[in-house]
Design a protein around this ligand. Sequence first.
Ligand code: IPE
Ligand code: IPE
Ligand code: MG
Length: 240
Amino acid sequence: MFGKNKIPKAVETNKEKRLQHIAFIMDGNGRWAKKRGMPRTYGHSVGAKVFKKIIEYCGDSGIKAVTVYAFSTENWKRPKEEVDTILSLFVDYLSDAEESWKERNIQVHFLGDKSVFPPEIAERMVKLEQDSFDREKILNIAVNYGGRDDIVHAVNALIKEGKTEITEDDITSHLYTKDSPAPDLIVRTGAETRLSNFLLWDSAYSELYFTSTLWPDFDEKSVDECVFEFYKRKRRYGGV
Ligand code: IPE
Ligand code: IPE
Ligand code: MG
């Protein structure tokens, strides 16, 4: 359990204030590698190991949902070699993470349009979702994800259902993230202070945490620091 001694007990046990959903924008792999005179792809392979470690750490904690931004709808602009490396690391991850998810009682969701992937990969993603649907905790992996694309996709689904007028709840319930509560905390590593098209609808009242730590240097202690900071925030939702 992370940060157990550090999190004030009264806050941790208060259901409404508890951190239920943490999201990570895993940024800084390329710069981390460059600083070491290595190719950007090396940063991604180290970043993938960190990704696995952080997910396991969060999975062992009391947090209900974790979302990670692995590849955006804009990341296709990168050189082919880099895109291919990121996607092949993702496929390797799918092969060896299944046991770890099962052991931790985690259901997995892939956020984003899967149809861009080769059919055998897309089918595996769907099967992993189906096989894990009744588990207690949630892991969302955003690949080929964009916050704007998520909203457009939801609205198109509503149009197909025949809706001519929609509510906020309609959109919320048709997003790729429909099975998760809104993120309480969004953490971005790598020193940039922007969302880069991540969870645009869901982040309306998320707490934002930016750190200059590059993703490959992020560790369990860094997670504890984010959680500790979260419990110091006052969430007002427009009230007083
Ligand atoms: C994040 O690291 C990983 C992805 C966007 C896939 P970057 O590759 O963006 O690393 P920097 O920001 O260039 O250092
Ligand atoms: C955001 O990082 C996307 C992911 C971490 C997957 P980017 O590196 O793509 O963001 P920008 O280009 O700096 O905004
Ligand atoms: Mg980046």
